[in-house]
Structures are given as C-alpha cells and as structure tokens.
Design a protein around this ligand. Structure first.
Ligand SMILES: O=C(CO)[C@H](O)[C@H](O)COP(=O)(O)O
Ligand SMILES: [Fe+2]
Length: 226
C-alpha cells in the first residue's frame, strides 16, 4: 500500500472553458482533492492555455488546494503572480530554466509548496540535487502540452526511481498524463500518491459523471471502495 494518502487532482485543461467556474464547482463537489491547473506558454510546450488571471478568477469558487503545473520557461518572473492569485502548490519543470534550485527557493519564499516536474525524456537524476528543496515531484507520463494523450508505460519505471530517491522524505509523488481508472492501480503500486486526470474525468463535460469517475480512479488506486 502507498504510504501517503491517494489524492485525485482533476486537470481543468479538459474542462469546458465557457463554464469554467461551474466545472470547478462540479469537480469540487465530486470529490476532487486538488484542482490541477495547467499553465502553458507556447514556448516550453507547443500550446497556450491560460495564466494567473484566469486561475485567480476560479479561486473564488472552491477552497480545494490549487496544484499549479507551470509549463512555462522561464518561470521565475511569474511565480509571484501565481502565489498571489491563490496557488497552493507551484510546480516548475526541471528543464525550464538554468537555476532550478533558485526557482524552488523562490516558491517556498512565497509561502507555497514547491514542486518539480520531469518530462518523459528527463532522468530522475536531474532532480537529485534539489530533492531536499521540494514538496512534490511530478512525473510526466505524456509529453507535456496537451490533454487526452496516452499514458507512456515507461513512466512506471520513472515513478519507482523517483520513489527511491524520495525515500522517507515527506514529498508527494504525482503522475500526470493519460491517467485512467484502468492504469491507476499500477501507478499507485509504482509509488505515486497524487494522480492527475483530465480527459478521463471531463470527457463529455457532463458534471453528473464527475463524482463517479473520480471515485473510480481513487478506488482503483487504493484498492478500496469508498
Ligand atoms: O499537464 C498536462 C498536459 O501537459 C495535463 O495535466 C495532462 O495531460 C492531463 O490530461 P489527461 O489526463 O487528459 O492526459
Ligand atoms: Fe499537468
């Protein structure tokens, strides 16, 4: 069994943006533990999503922690805006800038939890030097930039390696990309305790389905029916 409690973090990248506030309320009511906020700059990844202004607007509709995944480079100039706008966890990519340690320190200095993300092509050794400076490690299980992609199975090995690096430290291990109820058990067994899921929760954008889908991922990951 995973040591840390399983957390389900629906990614609002797959929400209906024309009804974003209602979509966030629906996943909150449906049992989301975190709200996963994907920020893309069209430079670090080949897509543009939204920024701190949009995130701040939905801060008013839920008290659930905002798990902000910054796919932007460089990130430093924007950290204060996301902190002020209501982020709880701010995750930057290990590949996004030359001074990872400095950026992580800046996030903690803003009073927020600091996360570091690894692209599929980036080895776990890239974050060895900052492991005592993070609260969360995010293993990408797709190439970042788009929702709805398929889970890359090699991510399970990456999770096991990240888990070994984390050891007994109180650091969350998050997986992001292609997570479904069908692969959640293997993901949890590999050591992840925070599961991001976008398209597998928001498909069809029918709020009446969200609670069941969140529960199905949680039950698969924990091996328990809620
Ligand atoms: O960071 C991301 C993409 O870069 C998203 O969080 C991720 O893709 C979630 O969407 P899905 O569950 O549909 O794969
Ligand atoms: Fe993400």
């Amino acid at each position: 069994m995973p040591i840390r409690p399983i957390r389900i973090a629906p990614s609002i990248l797959s929400a209906d943006f024309s009804r974003l506030g209602d979509e966030v309320r629906a996943i909150d009511a449906g049992g989301a533990d975190y709200i996963h906020v994907d920020v893309m700059d069209g430079h670090f990844v080949p897509n543009i999503s939204f920024g701190a202004v949009v995130m701040k607007a939905i801060r008013a509709v839920t008290t659930k922690p905002f798990d902000v995944h910054l796919m932007i480079s460089p990130a430093d100039a924007y950290l204060a805006d996301f902190a002020a706008g209501g982020a709880d966890i701010i995750t930057i990519h290990a590949e996004a800038g030359p001074h990872l340690h400095r950026s992580l320190q800046a996030i903690r200095a803003l009073g927020k939890k600091a996360g570091v993300a690894l692209n599929p092509a980036t080895p776990v050794s890239a974050i060895q030097h900052v492991i005592d400076d993070v609260d969360l490690v995010l293993v990408m299980s797709v190439n970042p930039g788009f929702g709805g992609q398929s889970f890359i199975p090699e991510a399970l090995n990456k999770l096991r390696q990240a888990k070994a690096l984390i050891g007994a430290r109180p650091i969350d291990l998050e997986v992001d990309g292609g997570v479904t109820a069908a692969n959640a058990r293997a993901i949890a067994d590999a050591g992840a305790n925070v599961l991001v899921a976008g398209s597998s929760i928001f498909a069809g954008n029918d709020a009446s389905t969200y609670a069941g889908r969140i529960a199905a991922i949680r039950e698969a990951a924990t091996g328990r029916v809620a």
